[in-house]
Design a protein around this ligand. Structure first.
Ligand code: C2E
Ligand code: MG
Ligand code: MG
Length: 756
């Protein structure tokens, strides 16, 4: 395509050049002909003046009509005048010279460019004039007017023929040239657009030539001078007017240009402003979007838990409030609330770190959501507490089934960062009830059921009114327990521990008693768990340590044989988990001046095994204080032998259940035997608790059990009663002949007994 265009361009260039060459050749031929054929008498001073005028003045006198392609050239006038006065041959020469001068003038003003342009234009001028000359001869010869210019008619005819022929020839040749140069327009269009207007110049030129001819030929010098002056003034005023018009047009153009410039500037400014406005609007839109997003995020954050993405307590409360209201109106819209608490979550946090703790919560949350229906609601309502609303199940037993499924799923071990983790949970279920008015009420009851499940240790429980009563009682006990020490409601009972080989009393177990001012005696099995849950166990144990140590040092001073009396104090698993225990024990030793070896701390097997690593460290620290350690209720927990081996216990207390299972004839003693031999192998002394029958006593004696404790020997008694017993020197073993025993005691202690 491009090659085709290039070829066409080349061909056109070639044709233009050939055309130019042709015109130059013809023009030069005409010039040559004219020069050769000029009559000798023509070369006058006047002709010389005309030639000078044509070469130097005429090109500078061209007037261009404002806002048009039209111009009035004096070149044509000079050529036509020469034609009239000196003949066609001389007109050809003048046309050539004048066009050449004109072109030189234009070229100097940079208005004319191109190859051979001077020669081409000059030749064209010569050729056209020669053509007009030829036509004039033919026409005047044809009409028989040749050579007569005497009258005005023949002058007008001559000028008309010359100018028309001149115009036709020049316009045609120029149009052809333009057509060859560019094929954008047809020949006719070019002629019409670019050449027709030149007729004006030809006709004006012809008219002017006629007037000057008439003046120079017929007028006297005065008329010529007046007419010449008139024409000159006319020319100058016309030139002045054109100049004025042109400058007015220039001013208008300048004003328009400035207006266009101002408009353009305004448009640019407006576009800039519009651009800035668009940017500002888009920024505002973005800011609005960000604001709306942050509002949404904020609203989401206000209603959701940031860690798990579950609904938060407020959100859960809102849903529950709506459901409670709906249920009151339509009892078919029943629902159940589950309260879930991850057991010992604190341990996960403490031992594996909070990052793992957070992951455990997230995994638990995901599992809950996976197991539930979309219409159910899951929320995280506390650190390790979750709540679920189950809807449309139809019965509490179905809710229990769902809860059981959740329990089984969640308690499946999973691996996290290389740790195998087992999450244990307790679930309390509270079915909807018309008596509930607020979300807090139903949530509280689900929580009560959860606590009951925790107490029972079987994972889940359904709320009942009895549970609430138990709970309220528990709450009351907890409140009262806070003031129990100050109100002197707490007291220690002491149960003797007897050497089974010889019946000697070796010490006591201090057992806490609570005499409630309204409720009477409350058993430790009831209030110790409350003390543990509420954290009250720590200050209570501190009080027990001081009280028991003070008491035992007092009793040790009663007689030399009592100097080695020991006191066993029960230490709760909650207190064991707290490093303050070491300081608490040390302080009790310091303030009572008890020999640390007379103090024994009893730790239940289950508490010791809850976190064996920590227990080992704790027990080792306690041992450095010089106290003795006993593992209590042995056989009820799940001791790992490897751990047991590492724990620095001095004594092992066999749980009462193994003793009480021994029958009258000594049956069921195998477990006792096993535990006793295990203790011996671990180099621990053995205490059997809960000895109630003589057969149990004999079995234990036969098995080589070191010490015994039980109702058979003595029930736990208050300080004063115990002290009385110590003074009365009773026989601690029923088998031992009383007289013999009393004799033994009196021989040994009589002299040393303090006087009370
Ligand atoms: P424990 O430490 O195993 O205490 C022994 C329990 O067995 C005592 O019950 C005692 O009265 C009872 N007992 C002793 N011999 C017999 C018997 O022959 N037959 C029967 N049926 N019972 C016998 P108690 O005093 O009711 O204490 C129960 C549990 O409460 C204790 O078990 C101990 O775990 C806890 N406890 C008691 N006092 C304290 C205390 O001061 N601190 C802590 N942390 N726990 C205590
Ligand atoms: Mg005990
Ligand atoms: Mg015990």
């Amino acid at each position: 395509m491009q090659t085709t265009h290039r070829l066409a361009d080349m061909l056109r260039f070639q044709s233009t050049e050939q055309y130019k060459f042709g015109i130059i050749m013809l023009g030069m031929a005409c010039l040559l002909f004219a020069l050769v054929t000029i009559p000798a008498g023509t070369l006058t001073l006047g002709l010389f003046g005309v030639l000078l005028f044509a070469v130097f003045v005429a090109p500078r006198m061209t007037l261009t009509l404002p806002r048009s392609e039209l111009y009035i050239s004096f070149s044509d006038s000079v050529v036509f005048f020469t034609f009239l006065v000196y003949g066609g041959e001389m007109a050809i020469v003048v046309a050539f010279a004048e066009t050449l001068a004109n072109c030189i003038y234009l070229k100097r003003n940079s208005n004319l460019t191109g190859k051979w342009v001077l020669l081409f234009n000059s030749s064209l001028g010569a050729l056209v004039t020669a053509f007009a000359f030829a036509i004039y001869y033919l026409v005047t010869w044809g009409i028989g007017q040749h050579g007569t210019l005497t009258d005005t008619r023949s002058l007008i005819t001559a000028l008309g023929v010359i100018s028309i022929a001149h115009f036709l020839a020049s316009s045609l040749l120029v149009s052809v040239y333009r057509r060859i140069k560019s094929d954008a327009d047809t020949l006719w269009q070019i002629w019409k657009k670019e050449c027709l207007s030149t007729a004006m110049s030809q006709i004006t030129g012809a008219g002017l030539a006629g007037v000057v001819y008439k003046l120079t030929t017929y007028a006297d010098p005065v008329v010529m001078l007046v007419a010449g002056g008139g024409i000159g003034i006319l020319y100058l005023s016309y030139r002045q007017s054109i100049g004025d018009i042109n400058s007015a047009f220039d001013q208008v153009e300048e004003a328009e240009r400035q207006k266009a410039e101002t408009e353009r500037t305004r448009r640019v400014e407006a576009e800039e402003f519009a651009g800035q406005l668009t940017i500002a609007l888009s920024k505002e839109e973005q800011a609005n979007k960000a604001l709306r997003k942050s509002e949404r995020d904020f609203a989401h954050a206000a209603m959701h838990d940031s860690l798990t993405g579950l609904a938060n307590r407020k959100n859960f409360g809102d849903v529950l409030r709506r459901l409670i209201a709906e249920y009151k109106v339509d009892p078919s819209k029943e629902f159940q609330v589950l309260f879930l608490d991850i057991r010992s979550f604190k341990n996960i946090n403490d031992t594996l770190g909070h990052t793992i703790g957070d992951k455990v919560l997230t995994i638990a949350a995901k599992r809950f959501v996976r197991m539930l229906d979309v219409k159910d609601t899951v929320a995280r309502i506390g650190g390790d507490e979750f709540a679920i609303i189950l809807r449309g199940l139809g019965s509490t037993s179905k809710a229990e089934k769902v809860a059981r499924r959740i329990y089984q799923n969640i308690t499946q071990p999973f691996s996290l960062s290389g740790n195998s983790i087992t999450v244990d949970i307790n679930i309390g279920i509270a079915p909807c009830d018309v008596e509930y008015d607020t979300p807090e009420e139903i949530l509280r009851d689900a929580d009560i059921a959860m606590h009951y499940a925790k107490e029972k240790g079987n994972g889940l429980a359904v709320f009942t009114k009895e549970l609430r009563e138990r709970f309220l009682e528990r709450v009351r006990l907890e409140m009262d327990l806070r003031y129990a020490i100050d109100r002197n409601e707490l007291a220690l009972h002491y149960q003797p521990i007897i050497s089974l080989s010889d019946g000697r009393i070796v010490g006591f177990e201090a057992l806490l008693r609570w005499y409630h001012s309204d409720l009477g005696m409350i058993p430790p099995t009831k209030f110790i768990p409350i003390a543990e849950d509420s954290g009250l166990i720590k200050p209570i144990t501190v009080w027990i340590l001081a009280e028991a140590c003070r008491q035992i040092t007092k009793w040790q001073a009663m007689a030399p044989d009592y100097r080695s009396l020991m006191v066993s104090i029960n230490i709760s698993g909650k207190h064991l988990g707290n490093n303050d225990l070491i300081d608490d024990v040390q302080r009790a030793i310091d303030i009572t001046h008890i020999d640390p070896s007379s103090l024994k701390l009893e730790i239940t097997e289950s508490a010791a095994m809850e976190n064996p690593e920590h227990t080992v460290n704790m027990l080792k620290s306690l041992k450095t204080l010089g106290v003795q350690l006993s593992i209590d209720d042995f056989g009820t927990g799940y001791s790992s032998l490897s751990h047991l081996h590492k724990l620095p216990f001095d004594t092992l207390k066999i749980d009462r259940s193994f003793v009480s299972s021994v029958g009258e004839s000594g049956e069921n003693s195998e477990i006792l035997q096993t535990i006793i031999s295990l203790a011996k192998n671990l180099r621990m002394r053995v205490v059997a608790e809960g000895i109630e029958t003589e057969s149990q006593l004999h079995v234990l004696q036969n098995l080589g059990c070191d010490f015994g404790q039980g109702y058979l020997m003595a029930k736990p008694k208050g300080r004063e009663e115990t002290e009385k017993l110590l003074y009365q020197r009773p026989s601690w073993l029923p088998d031992a002949p009383l007289a013999e025993y009393e004799q033994h005691i009196s021989d040994t202690y009589d002299a040393h007994l303090p006087v009370f």
